[in-house]
Design a protein around this ligand. Sequence first.
Ligand code: BGC
Length: 755
Amino acid sequence: MKACVACSAVFAAVLVSWTAVSAQIPGMVQPKHYPWSDASLSPDQRADMVIRQMTLDEKIQLLHGPGWQALFAPQESGPLTRAISVLGFIPGVPRLGIPDLQMTDSNQGVSGAGVKGRYATALPSGEAMAAAWDPALSYEIGTMIGHELRAMGFNMSLGSGINMIREPRDGRTFEYKGEDPLLAGTLSGQELKAEKALHLITDVKHYAVNDQDAGRIVVNAIIDKRAMRESDLLAFQIALKDSGAGAVMCSYNRINGTYACENPYTLTDVLKKDFGFKGFVVSDWGGTQSTVNAAMAGLDIEMPGNDSFGEPLKKAVEAGQVPMERLNDMVHRILRTEFDSGVVDDPPQPESPDVMRGFEVAQKTEEQGAVLLKNAGNVLPLSAASIRSIAVIGGHADVGVMSGGGSSQVSPAGGNPVPPSPELLKNPLASFFLVAVYHRSAPLKGIEEKAPHAEVHFDPGTDPAAAAALASKSQVAIVFAVQHESEGMDLENLSLPENQDALIEAVAAANPHTIVVLESGGAVLMPWLDKVAGVVEAWYPGIRGSQAIANLLFGDVNPSGKLPLTFPKSEADLPHPIHLGPPKPDADHPVPKLAGAPGMIGMAMGIGPFFDVDYDEGLKVGYKWYDAEQKPVLFPFGFGLAYTTFAYSGLSVMPGESTTVSFTVKNTGRRAGIETAQVYASIPDSAGEPPKRLVGWTKVELGPGQSKQVEIPVLRDRLSVFDEASDSWKLVPGQYILRVGGSSRDLPLEKTISY
Ligand code: BGC
């Protein structure tokens, strides 16, 4: 091959210009040597060295976003031109080599990339991730998200979300990881650990007791300390310990009368002192309500505004209301996190996202996270060889799969295939919250590809009689039922909207082989459950939903997902059957003047008169409520079927610093499958705990007829209770029953031990 001189010249020119371009890439600080560049020094030493060089203005600049006005007025010059997204930007201090913070949401993939014409992988929702009960998968998810964040130039993620689903009608249920602190904390911890390993600042949110979006900025969550410590805050504690996450986002709501972003108990006493958290606290967007109170309570960054931590904070420092020591602590926390995470030493380098890796992770998550809830007469899996006709009905299954909305929305590649009505578009909140966005991964196509010998017909499901007519002519009817959830608005109830219950009833009456595939954020009610043959909970399935759902329906993948939250029989069974929102304003309930988000964004925050929600169920959150109240449920926490069955035997329990629980799981069916074996503990009666809590689990992959002995370590902390009087965790002396099985309500093995 001849060397091409002209080509080399062109190549060299391209390289030079690329270097020039990359020098201007947002967030990239050109390498230069500073005394604190020495990576052998500790992050704390490096941070202190920088602080000594900083002016008061430079310190203040690190503690707030660009201001609300900046979001609406495009900037033509100045540091904001470096922002990938002004909404998530804090300029660094170039003269000291301190990079800009470039943040974006990343709860179900990197959100909003489409605004800049970029692509990001749309993962299944948080509940789907949780339903996989798979820490190793969560780590893979974190790695995938981390690579895509870096590819776009972001150095800080705004996820993962944890909340105990005290209010299952919360419009953000889909973002969270179920109703158990050990499950949610462990999975978020792995996801964030993986992102941190890629040199990103990671964040866990929304701290804390942020259980509803209806009136999220005016709601006061009332809850006792023990309940919080043993559930809501414990989930964060586990995630932080496992991940070393750099940031915690405080939530909009008040907790026991004090805003979460200015709450000394949750922010300083618990998070910074007791958990030993060394990173920084960032407010949810528009969630900062004061300057001195917030700074002194433990808030470190106001986002995305500067109304409290801009000029007012500077004045408060000058007036001595916020001591310089605290200001330096705020700055130290940010800088030490930047060094600790690696964003200073290894800034992100822009590249094309690895689309294929994203596909793999998205599909695997859906395949492991979908939950088979009912399979009467083994209607599933469908036989590709013998099936001749299939009716696919509803849920826009001909064009895509639904996704959850709001700040975590991943831009739909190729646009939303289900255009919103012109009526809906008149609402100013439409684009951000109300419009149901679908990803172009059509289940109809996946089903057609699996069943080449079958007639596959689609009916939109808008007319139950027409859908039933198609179903009656088909061997099998598959109804796709959707329930849209979005940030900023709660569900009115847990029923499927828009006449879908009637649609399912009509189809089931016409065809005994009716299978319902649910695309929902969390639990839904199923008045038709007895009439259908099969139910699959697919959550929001992500960009490979079509392939994953088809693989599950046709048995190429044996379902293994288990519910991370309880499906109740009716809303009357919830701890709070009535879902409270802000009361109507009147003389006794005026609309408060709040700091934080103005205008349209304020509306989305649900501004209205203040109101209380009393979480008096306390420790009895999620399945613990239904157990304690002895309420039957539709499907319990931890439940999920497979196309095979499993048997449990031979439990032995070795007490010790870490209790070892071992037992045998056998695949008693004819297909290979994966079982999630769960261990629950009943704490001695004198402790006043709910009947049982999850203390460990493991996933066991078994061929047909195969058995495996498994061992699950149960840490002493998992058996302890929080004693408010001494403000500490205690192991209550007495008898502990360890129970083992395949769901919280199917625990065939048990053994009692004493401590
Ligand atoms: C959400 C946060 C999100 C932030 C930035 C807020 O509305 O509550 O979860 O991280 O916006 O997009």
